[in-house]
Each structure stands twice: as C-alpha cells, then as structure tokens.
Design a protein around this ligand. Structure first.
Ligand SMILES: Cc1cc2nc3c(=O)[nH]c(=O)nc-3n(C[C@H](O)[C@H](O)[C@H](O)COP(=O)(O)O)c2cc1C
Length: 195
C-alpha cells in the first residue's frame, strides 16, 4: 500500500484525514532544530502550506530557531494525532521563503495577529511584560484605522524541503507499522521499519 507512493501525497492524505476528524490544531507540528555545535531544541509551529515539494511555517527571523537555522539548516518535524493513532516524521533542510510569499501570508493574518507578530522580539528576554504590551498598543494606535500592519522584515516563512518521511500507524499490541521514504539520488526509496 505504501511502496511506490509519493510521500507528499500521503502527507496530504493524512492531513485531510486529521482535518476531517476535527482534530484541534491538527496542523501543529513539533519543529526540532540544532545549533552549530549540535545542541538540539524543539517547539511547536503551525504548518501553513505543503506544496511545491516543501512544508512551510512562519516565524520571527531573529528568534532562537531562526538563529539555529542560519547556523544549521537541518530540521526535523513531527505530527502526532492520538485520535487517529498516527505519527508523521519529516526531516530535511530549510530555505527561507521569498519576501513576496511572506507578504502574501502576512496579509491573511488577522489584525491582532499582525500586531503580536510585529510587537514581539521573539525569544529575547523581556525586562517586563509591559514592554510587549506597550509595543502592541503603539502599533494598534498607529495602524488602527487601516487595520493592516506592514510586515516587518524580521518576520516571514521557511520552507522545509524534506529528504525523509516516516508514516507511523498505531496497531494492536504495539505491532505498529512504520513506512519510511528517504531521498536517494533524487528518488524516494521506500522501506518498512520494525516498530
Ligand atoms: C500550538 C502552537 C503553535 C505555535 N505556532 C507557532 C508558529 O507557527 N510560529 C512561531 O513562530 N511560533 C509558534 N508557536 C510558539 C513556538 O512554540 C515558540 O514558543 C516560539 O516560536 C519561539 O521559539 P524559539 O525561541 O525556539 O525560536 C506555537 C506554539 C504552540 C503551542
């Protein structure tokens, strides 16, 4: 059933299954990065697009994750949907999205999400939470009429270009299925792994 399949089509299939199952935040995925010296870190981000051979998310280009991605573009992503008993693992490298791609997505964000994206110096220490609230209030006053904050240069997308996928399907008595696709000489090589 998995052999010979396109892993992107499988990803889309499972994402639509998770959506139809009304899994809250089914598009949330763990993103693991590592510093140049190999120290790992992980956090959740939201999948915003998965087409043209990439899986994309948006964030702050001055954040810890972005600093790590600059030093080391390799990432791992994980989805887990308990209701479906499915885990999907993706590994690959990131490429920064173009300014026009980031602009296009930024414009779809609700006004208050634009405010928080522009006001937050993501991952930097706050002396006091009031600093953040004051920055948000200032933007709300400045752009309240147009209800549109210009995209700051420090905010935008990343495309993860996968070189490995694993589809893990929970089965009775822990005899789970693991279907791995790894890119080898521009072709997807399929293997079933032991659980
Ligand atoms: C469900 C969920 C979804 C999130 N989605 C995003 C996202 O799409 N982009 C983002 O920058 N942070 C997102 N966050 C916040 C990140 O997990 C993280 O706190 C933030 O990006 C800073 O991470 P860093 O300091 O490692 O760069 C999300 C958090 C949760 C719990």
């Amino acid at each position: 059933m998995f052999k010979g399949k396109d892993p992107f089509k499988l990803l889309h299939h499972y994402l639509s299954l998770a959506k139809s199952a009304e899994i809250p935040l089914y598009e949330a995925m763990t993103l693991a990065t590592a510093s140049r010296s190999g120290r790992p870190s992980a956090r959740m981000v939201l999948l915003k697009e998965s087409r043209k051979g990439a899986v994309s998310f948006f964030t702050n280009y001055d954040s810890r994750k972005a600093r790590e991605l600059k030093a080391n573009p390799r990432v791992a992503l994980v989805f887990f949907w308990q209701k479906l008993d499915i885990q999907i693992r993706i590994e690959g490298r990131v490429k920064q999205a173009s300014a026009s791609e980031s602009d296009a997505y930024w414009k779809t964000r609700p006004f208050e999400s634009q405010i928080s994206g522009a006001a937050s110096k993501q991952s930097r220490a706050l002396r006091h939470r009031d600093e953040l609230l004051a920055a948000a209030a200032e933007l709300r006053t400045r752009y309240g009429e147009s209800r549109n904050v210009p995209r700051p240069k420090f905010w935008g997308g990343y495309h993860v270009v996968p070189d490995r996928f694993e589809f893990w399907l929970g089965k009775p008595n822990r005899l789970h299925e693991r279907h791995q696709f790894s890119l080898s000489k521009s072709r997807w090589r399929y293997e079933e792994l032991s659980p």
